[in-house]
Ligand binder design. Structure first.
Ligand SMILES: *[C@@H]1O[C@H](CO)[C@@H](O)[C@H](O)[C@H]1NC(C)=O
Ligand SMILES: *[C@@H]1O[C@H](CO)[C@@H](O)[C@H](O)[C@H]1NC(C)=O
Ligand SMILES: *[C@@H]1O[C@H](CO)[C@@H](O)[C@H](O)[C@H]1NC(C)=O
Ligand SMILES: *[C@@H]1O[C@H](CO)[C@@H](O)[C@H](O)[C@H]1NC(C)=O
Ligand SMILES: *[C@@H]1O[C@H](CO)[C@@H](O)[C@H](O)[C@H]1NC(C)=O
Length: 582
């Protein structure tokens, strides 16, 4: 069956490609003004939403936020660069890409290639639909001066990639263009990426095909510290452009309730962290300033790109997306700078979209995620959605946004992670060999569930620790209320709520395609339950009590389902009658 579907799909997409070519000739659009919309996708690296970084980017706010819609509850589904980028470009959760780390054997560019994604991902699909595709900046981790041509990333009409090992140098990094040899640059990386992006716009507008341009500066990612003889990199403060070096001298990392708290919080290694002392906190503030300073060149890049699109009259037919691969924490839960945790700072990321029919100056709060992005671009380009997408097109018109407010498919997002957690910055957390320090046991499955009357976080770690936060009362995730014995939540005994959350996460932690957007249908094939509030009805108590609990048997460094406990639960047939998932 998959082969038949694939060949039908291929025929259909060839047909579409021909149709659009004919259309482009027949309708005689001005170059760069094809009927299909253009896409400019700006992807920063480790940019937070919760540490207020966007407030320091007035050009972005004015040219993208105010001219489009801000998605306040947009989540990455894995909070680390390479796996998150692969999810973005395949429309699949990391457990379905099996690119789960930044380095081989479980991740990085070689794993992306080994899993077959280089033959089957966004730029290839867009080219098949008649697009010209371009990319500049960081692509995937472990895409290096040694493996850049073995093979080349497929699907691009033009590329200017930043190359490991100097991706995070900020100055004089190595770039590799098209099929040319890597070249050491002379300049500040964000400014060079801005120039490359402007060149792509010039090239793209002279063709009658629509275009996709990916622009991926590294700010505000940490800078690689010089390390000799270690495979684990050490990271130090991000580096601003010289012209921004002294901006915001008084800025400090936000002091929310979870900033270096007196009482430890979180789970696994996080719960055991010592409180940071005053000199360490002073360093966090310095590090924070470097982050927002380094974003100033990105703010300028955004202005240059929008101005160039405007100069060519392209703004009316171009969608501009602005987001980050994952979020970031600086001092929250006593953590030194880093990412990779399931906490809100790491998973809830900036997302703004402007473009045709996107309402201006609007902010929406239904849940969207990075696995929605490939589906969104398909939808806008008029390409039939792939069956293996784990996400849904993001609502981008007034009518779609209105529907999404009440769409149970916009109620949840699942987040996963495997392996270790790398500490960044240099406050006594760098080992004597100069290598970065990692914490183990950072494998987990987590989920956010947000409805009209609830706003919850639930996680199960590989240590079998659980967390449940009522984000309405505890937005900083300081009071874990997970308890199977006592407490009330949403008007029910807390154990009843937990039984539903655990069953929902049991579906989501290994879901495929529509199971990921309609997980309740796996549990209730009769479709009588489509949301947490419906599942909470007492008549389902016995059914949910019978579900197997999520539990891990080991903390693995990669995706080994056999270590991730039960893979299958029960589906509700009728009262007192249930069977294993079909
Ligand atoms: C971009 O690449 C596609 C696929 O190879 C090709 O059909 C198209 O003509 C290229 N566009 C340009 C401007 O070369
Ligand atoms: C970048 O390279 C130039 C020479 O090409 C050199 O003068 C400059 O010091 C380098 N900058 C840094 C920050 O290493
Ligand atoms: C904070 O801790 C670091 C690392 O243990 C130590 O070097 C530093 O002196 C301490 N600072 C203060 C003010 O205690
Ligand atoms: C991981 O968790 C196990 C069991 O909870 C514990 O024994 C072990 O020390 C932890 N390892 C690390 C590296 O934290
Ligand atoms: C994921 O990749 C790792 C490393 O190649 C492999 O060992 C593992 O079996 C894969 N997991 C699945 C579910 O395919």
């Amino acid at each position: 069956m998959p082969r038949l579907i694939a060949s039908l799909f291929l025929t259909a997409s060839l047909f579409l490609a021909n149709a659009s070519a004919l259309d482009a000739r027949g309708a005689a659009h001005a170059p760069g003004h094809s009927k299909k919309p253009n896409f400019v996708f700006i992807l920063t690296d480790d940019q937070d939403l919760h540490l207020n970084s966007l407030e320091y980017m007035p050009k972005l706010q004015r040219l993208v936020g105010d001219q489009g819609t801000v998605f306040e509850r947009h989540f990455c589904t894995i909070a680390v660069c390479c796996p998150s980028r692969v999810s973005l470009m395949t429309g699949k959760l990391a457990h379905n890409t099996n690119v789960t780390d930044v380095f081989p054997p479980y991740g990085g560019y070689p794993k992306f290639v080994a899993e077959g994604h280089n033959e089957n991902y966004l730029p290839i699909w867009l080219q098949d639909a008649g697009y010209n595709t371009y990319y500049t900046g960081k692509f995937l981790n472990s895409h290096t001066t040694s493996n850049y041509n073995n093979p080349y990333p497929k699907g691009w009409n033009g590329t200017d990639f930043l190359m490991d090992p100097s991706t995070y140098s900020y100055w004089n990094s190595t770039f590799q263009s098209n099929h040319n040899s890597p070249v050491v640059s002379d300049g500040y990386s964000t400014d060079l990426i801005s120039n490359y992006a402007l060149n792509f716009i010039e090239n793209a507008q002279s063709s009658d095909r629509p275009f996709f341009i990916g622009i991926a500066p590294i700010a505000p990612h940490a800078k690689t510290a010089a390390v000799v003889g270690s495979s684990i990199p050490a990271f130090t403060d991000p580096v601003p452009a010289n012209r921004h070096a002294n901006t915001f001298p008084n800025a400090k990392a936000p002091r929310g309730e979870n900033f270096n708290p007196n009482t430890p919080s979180g789970a696994s290694w996080v719960l055991n962290l010592p409180q940071l002392n005053s000199s360490e906190v002073a360093y966090l503030d310095e590090y924070y300033r470097k982050r927002i300073q380094s974003l100033q060149a990105v703010d300028e890049l955004v202005e240059s790109v929008v101005t160039k699109l405007d100069d060519y009259g392209l703004l009316d037919n171009t969608y501009i997306f602005y987001t980050s691969d994952n979020g970031y924490h600086v001092g929250q839960h006593r953590m030194v700078p880093g990412k990779g945790c399931p906490y809100e700072e790491d998973i809830n990321v900036p997302m703004m979209v402007r473009g045709p029919r996107v309402p201006k100056g609007r902010t929406v709060d239904f849940v969207t995620s990075h696995t929605d992005i490939a589906a969104t671009l398909f939808d806008l380009a008029g390409i039939p959605l792939r069956d293996d997408f784990d996400g849904l097109p993001m609502p981008l018109t007034v009518a779609e946004m209105h529907d999404a407010e009440h769409d149970p498919r916009r109620e949840h997002v699942s987040v996963e992670y495997w392996g270790t957690n790398l500490q960044e910055g240099d406050i006594g957390r760098v080992s004597p060999t100069g290598a970065g320090v990692v914490h183990g046991n950072n494998t987990y499955k987590a989920m956010r569930v947000i409805g009209d009357s609830y706003n919850l976080f639930y996680s199960v770690w590989c240590t079998n620790e659980h967390e449940l936060y009522d984000m309405t009362n505890d937005p900083y995730q300081m009071r874990n209320i997970f308890s199977k014995t006592k407490g009330k939540l949403l008007g029910r005994d807390i154990k009843q709520v937990i039984s539903r959350l655990d069953a929902l996460l049991l579906v989501l932690k290994s879901c495929k395609s529509s199971e990921c957007t309609l997980p309740w249908q796996v549990l209730h094939p009769d479709k009588k339950v489509t949301s947490l509030s419906e599942a909470l009805q007492p008549k389902y108590d016995a059914f949910y009590a019978a579900q197997p609990d999520i539990s891990f048997s080991a903390c693995e460094l990669g995706y080994f389902p056999e270590s991730e406990g039960p893979q299958e639960g029960y589906a509700y047939r009728r009262s007192g009658d249930w069977s294993l998932w079909a």
